[in-house]
Design a protein around this ligand. Structure first.
Ligand SMILES: *[C@@H]1O[C@H](CO)[C@@H](O)[C@H](O)[C@H]1NC(C)=O
Ligand SMILES: *[C@@H]1O[C@H](CO)[C@@H](O)[C@H](O)[C@H]1NC(C)=O
Length: 501
């Protein structure tokens, strides 16, 4: 057994150097490959002239004020909701005349309510969203005309418009009833899931383009790491018994390959994380709490072949990006065979995937750059909306006709959205006493997994004094500035969503 592993290691090491050299030649020759009808064609489509979008003007409490209060919303992995708004405001497809609009967009930021650790809490999202829809439906006639069928919303949270970070809870909630006719632009993508509405547009999570650029290594750098992964294998805080987190797939990666020399895997987040991906042939992209993580974007941008371990995942812009051609898909049950699967991929197949990944339009489609650039994720969203036109006649309702039920859903969601101050700005005594505030929400959210006590204790400790809160925020900011989401994840809250890195 030992000898076998050693032999593989030597072979693979040789292969790596060879591949590295080959890949280097490829890159130096700027060789990329296109697949007709997909990357390069569809990805380079120009949406201008194909659709017109009307941007509703909402009171700033639904958007700008939230960012003003917490600028970390601009850098977390759900920031696409903010940048899409900014993009649309100055986009050539924007129309100021709603009568000629094909699509209506409501700029409401539902993931900009952050914990002290910078991770979004979705508990108020349903009320914020309802409130925004109430606003547009009473100030303009267009919502009532279709009950939202020609409206789109950016809902990038873990399970999209189900607005919960735990899958069971998200499924129980379902998509917010008021959004059931609208088109949802969301990060969450899993086939046959109640939180993925047919016709939704799946987008990549936001990864900071500028920061990624500063970590580029010279293109001739060989890819000397065979398999790379950094992140959690277990989430003991939120999944103490194990098996629920990542459906056990990450635990299996660790158990099977922690001593395998081909696998460079660890929970440590080195400052060279981005550089390491550029030195790797395969980058593991296993599911976490949700099927997706920013690794997918990072892998594509850094030319590392994504090994997608998430059964039934729906990948971003799957109608435009040839994921089968650029990535490797491994069933969750096949994780124990990962070494054999990856070492038996023929070299020409690997090289072809690398050439496809080198295609700039592929990378561009994964990013939300500022300012926007042709073919980027903003444009892919518009292309997706354009492909859904014209709206079928059946979406237009008769005058006075209603399809949606405004009183459906959990009673908590029907409460008006009063803008509640966040824990960090409340006087300390107010926090634990709120019956509908974040503490209550967290208790509710964590009841099922036996983490209530743990969270309660930890949170009340953390919130005990303002000074310690401030210290924590300062630390968090430093960490965000230094390595973004590469820093070791905080011990609990953060880990329940796909926020885990
Ligand atoms: C749209 O319908 C709602 C009732 O569902 C009503 O309150 C609202 O005034 C209507 N909007 C317009 C602009 O007529
Ligand atoms: C709307 O939903 C509520 C709550 O589920 C239900 O009680 C009510 O009957 C529904 N109304 C209609 C018109 O279906």
């Amino acid at each position: 057994m030992r000898r076998w592993v050693l032999a593989i290691a030597i072979l693979a090491a040789a292969a790596c150097f060879f591949l590295g050299a080959q890949a280097q030649e490829v890159r130096q020759g700027h060789q990329t490959e296109r697949i007709s009808g997909s990357a390069g064609d569809v990805l380079e489509d120009d949406p201008v002239g194909r659709l017109k979008v009307y941007v509703y003007e909402l009171p700033t409490k639904y958007n700008k004020k939230m960012v003003a209060k917490d600028s970390r919303c601009l850098s977390h992995m759900f920031a696409a909701e903010i940048f899409m708004h900014r993009f649309l405001l100055s986009s050539a497809i924007r129309t100021l005349n709603p009568e000629e609009a094909d699509w209506f967009y409501t700029p409401v930021y539902t993931t900009c309510d952050l914990t002290p650790w910078g991770h979004p809490l979705p508990f108020k999202s349903p009320r914020i969203m309802r409130s925004a829809i109430q606003f547009i439906s009473s100030h303009w006639p267009y919502w009532n005309r279709t009950d939202g069928a020609d409206h789109f919303f950016v809902v990038p949270h873990d399970f999209g418009a189900c607005f919960h970070y735990q899958e069971e809870k998200a499924i129980e909630r379902g998509i917010l009833p008021l959004l059931r006719r609208a088109t949802l632009v969301q990060t969450f993508g899993q086939k046959d899931h109640v939180c993925l509405k047919e016709g939704s547009i799946t987008i990549p999570p936001y990864a900071p383009p500028q920061k990624m650029k500063t970590h580029l290594v010279p293109p001739e750098t060989p890819r000397s790491i065979f398999v790379y992964f950094r992140g959690l294998f277990y989430d003991t805080a939120n999944d103490p018994e194990g098996g629920y987190y990542a459906r056990g797939a990450r635990a299996s990666v660790w158990e099977n390959f922690k001593n395998n020399p081909l696998f460079d895997i660890s929970t440590d987040h080195p400052p060279t994380y981005y550089e390491d991906m550029q030195r790797s042939i395969f980058c593991l992209c296993p599911l976490g709490w949700a099927p997706w993580s920013p690794r997918l974007v990072e892998a594509v941008v850094f030319g590392c072949i994504p090994v997608i371990i998430a059964d039934d995942i729906v990948l971003p812009f799957a109608d435009a990006i040839p994921w089968d051609e650029i990535g490797v898909f491994v069933a969750e049950d096949d994780v124990p065979k990962l070494d054999t699967i990856l070492t038996s991929i023929p070299m020409d197949v690997i090289l072809r995937k690398q050439r496809l990944l080198a295609n700039p339009s592929m990378k561009q489609a994964m990013l939300f750059p500022q300012p926007a650039q042709p073919g980027d994720a903003f444009h892919q969203i518009l292309n997706g909306l354009g492909r859904k036109l014209p709206h079928p006649k059946s979406v237009y309702l008769d005058p006075g006709q209603k399809v949606l039920n405004w009183t459906q859903g959990p009673v908590g969601d029907l409460k008006p959205w009063a803008k509640i101050a966040s824990p960090s700005t409340l006087p300390k005594a107010a926090v634990p006493r709120r019956s509908d505030g974040p503490m209550a929400d967290r208790r509710e959210a964590n009841g099922k997994h036996g983490t209530t006590v743990l969270l309660k204790t930890k949170l009340s400790e953390k919130w005990r004094s303002r000074a310690s809160r401030r210290r924590m925020r300062a630390t968090q900011r430093r960490e965000m500035g230094g390595g973004g989401f590469l820093v070791p994840a905080p011990p609990h809250m953060s880990e329940k969503c796909a926020c885990e890195k």
